[in-house]
Write a protein that binds this ligand. Structure first.
Ligand code: GLC
Length: 546
């Protein structure tokens, strides 16, 4: 029997498929080598045709781009390299007309050192009210105030000319806001309203677990002689109780818009927190609406591990009434086609250092896409995932742009390999990323011609068309999207198999083919069946007759 799932329009976010646009690398309308808002506008029909429900645009604000835009110098404008506020307004209107919602990125933990309030704080000097908006402190015997490590390498404090230090949990160009200060709190209230009033549907909250700090500034423990960034309970800069007060405040602001014609405005939290029960605290009914579930992204290609991750994350999220979300890749991680082409223990290894089988990776990426889109809740697609792009592992050192490269003393190449501009059409770079022959800000591989959107759109077996087919079925099938699943335990242990009403999904992670359940109709497979059996590294979607 099918349990009919009703999907009120207001609940769109509980089952939305959200496509992440990294604006620098998506599409370049003006031909300066950097993506822009008019480039995104021109590709909105592509996204509508792909069949996603919403777009999340990584930071588009004015920024020196020292961390790809996660270093914001003005929260109420658009980076001139990307366009203008008028372009943003047009983008929002045009997306809505195509039925696409727009989420943008809020970066509340830190700003750019070019933000006027930080510049004023540097000028105003020790003990000034301007400095109170950030974390300025005196050092101890010439040493920084604490031993806290920054995310991109090195310490988290930078000394300035007058001897004081300021806190930056990421790059030195990203000073942390002092969220104990009412002016900071009020400023972000106003930023939220500014964009909600312009018509955006929600925000992705950058490092949503980090804004509140333990103001007593205790050192963190050492691991292998180095200060740890582990998120242990009580860590002074992660998952402090104060973050929840901030999120509750923001939820109240979003709820002011709940009755607007376009429906509720929503948040998704970026918080790399384990176990899932900790993450669930962020999506309690009076806090953020949803949170990226990164455990699935980090899980190995193994049936037992994946099932455990799925059960644990759905269990903890459903316990607080939140939907699950599923993420395979984003702009901070190695693209999953490449991850899945590696031995389990090497999956997250740095660029270019371990053997990778990209054909295997592609096969698994196809199977993973169908698995992801069959699971209950929302799903995220990072730009280029739908084309099966691999991580670019051989970028020349001189083009590396991620601050991780410098801050790690050239020991970690960083995240540029998943940020290479999208190939749209044509036989050679820039593959239609921009007009003409001008080259993009990061070079594209010479062998990407078969991966362009245009090349794939005419090939019914392409990765792109697999995504399109899956998203179409997902939209139309009453048992997909929000809801629950039940595991089919009669399947072999290496097969992930579950039922949702009349819908069944099987992913074969074992080494031998398996028979399909009797009395089922095949809706879609990630790779062809062999002798009517489900081969290794393949997902099938099935319909069960009533
Ligand atoms: C988040 C972003 C990442 C950025 C960092 C600092 O993790 O996803 O790209 O570098 O925050 O803002």
């Amino acid at each position: 029997m099918t349990e009919t799932v009703t999907r009120p329009a207001d609940d769109w976010w509980r089952s939305a498929v959200v496509y992440q646009v990294y604006p620098r690398s998506f599409a370049d309308a003006d031909g300066d080598g950097t993506g822009d808002l008019n480039g995104i506008r021109a590709r909105l029909p592509y996204l509508a045709e792909l069949g996603v429900d919403a777009i999340w645009i990584s930071p588009w604000y004015p920024s020196p781009l020292l961390d790809g835009g996660y270093d914001v110098s003005d929260y109420r404008d658009i980076n001139p390299e990307f366009g203008t506020l008028a372009d943003a307004d047009a983008l929002i209107t045009e997306a809505h007309a195509l039925g696409l919602r727009i989420l943008i990125d809020l970066v509340p933990n830190h700003c750019s050192w070019e933000h006027p309030w930080f510049k004023a704080a540097l000028e105003a000097g020790k003990g000034s009210p301007e400095r109170d908006l950030f974390w300025f402190r005196d050092g101890v015997d010439g040493q920084p105030p604490t031993n806290w490590p920054a995310a991109f390498g090195g310490g988290a404090w930078q000394q300035i000319d007058d001897g004081q230090w300021y806190l930056h949990m990421f790059d030195i160009s990203q000073p942390d806001w002092n969220w104990d200060h009412p002016k900071v709190i009020e400023e972000f209230d106003s930023i939220l309203r500014f964009w909600f009033d312009r018509g955006i549907d929600g925000f992705r909250i950058d490092v949503a677990d980090s804004m509140a700090k333990d103001a007593t500034l205790p050192d963190v423990p050492l691991r292998d002689g180095q200060p740890t960034r582990e998120k242990y309970v009580g860590n002074p800069f992660y998952d402090q109780p104060g973050v929840h007060t901030i999120h509750q405040r923001w939820r109240a602001i979003a709820d002011e818009y709940a009755d607007s014609p376009q429906g509720p405005r929503v948040f998704v939290a970026e918080a790399w927190l384990s176990p899932p029960e900790r993450l669930a605290q962020y999506v309690r009914p009076n806090e953020l609406h949803s949170a990226f579930n990164f455990d699935a992204l980090r899980a190995s290609w193994d049936a037992k591990d994946l099932r455990a991750v799925i059960d644990r994350s759905t269990g903890s999220l459903w316990a607080v009434g939140a939907p699950a979300t599923w993420v395979l890749s984003n702009h901070d991680t190695i693209r999953h086609r490449t991850r899945y082409g590696r031995a389990l223990e090497d999956a997250l290894a740095g660029a270019g250092v371990v053997p990778t089988d990209l054909a295997l990776g592609l096969r698994r990426a196809r199977a993973a896409a169908l698995l992801e889109l069959a699971l209950p809740g929302g799903a995220y697609i990072y730009q280029g995932d739908e084309l099966g792009l691999p991580e670019v592992e051989d970028l020349p050192e001189e083009v590396l742009d991620d601050p991780t490269w410098e801050r790690s003393g050239h020991t970690s190449r960083g995240r540029d390999g998943c940020r290479v501009p999208i190939p749209w059409e044509g036989a050679e770079p820039p593959y239609g990323f921009g007009p003409g022959e001008g080259q993009p800000w990061l070079p594209q591989p010479a062998d990407w011609a078969p991966l362009t959107a245009a090349a794939q759109s005419g090939d019914s077996d392409s990765h792109l068309n697999l995504y399109k087919a899956a998203l179409k079925i997902r939209r139309e099938h009453p048992d997909l999207g929000e809801g629950r699943l039940s595991w089919d335990d009669e399947s072999p242990a290496e097969v992930l198999a579950f039922t949702r009403g009349n819908f069944r999904c099987l992913t074969n992670l074992g080494s031998s083919p398996v028979a399909l359940p009797v009395g089922t109709e095949v809706l879609l497979t990630s790779s062809p069946l062999v002798d009517d059996q489900l081969p290794t590294d393949t997902t099938v979607w099935l319909n069960t007759a009533e």
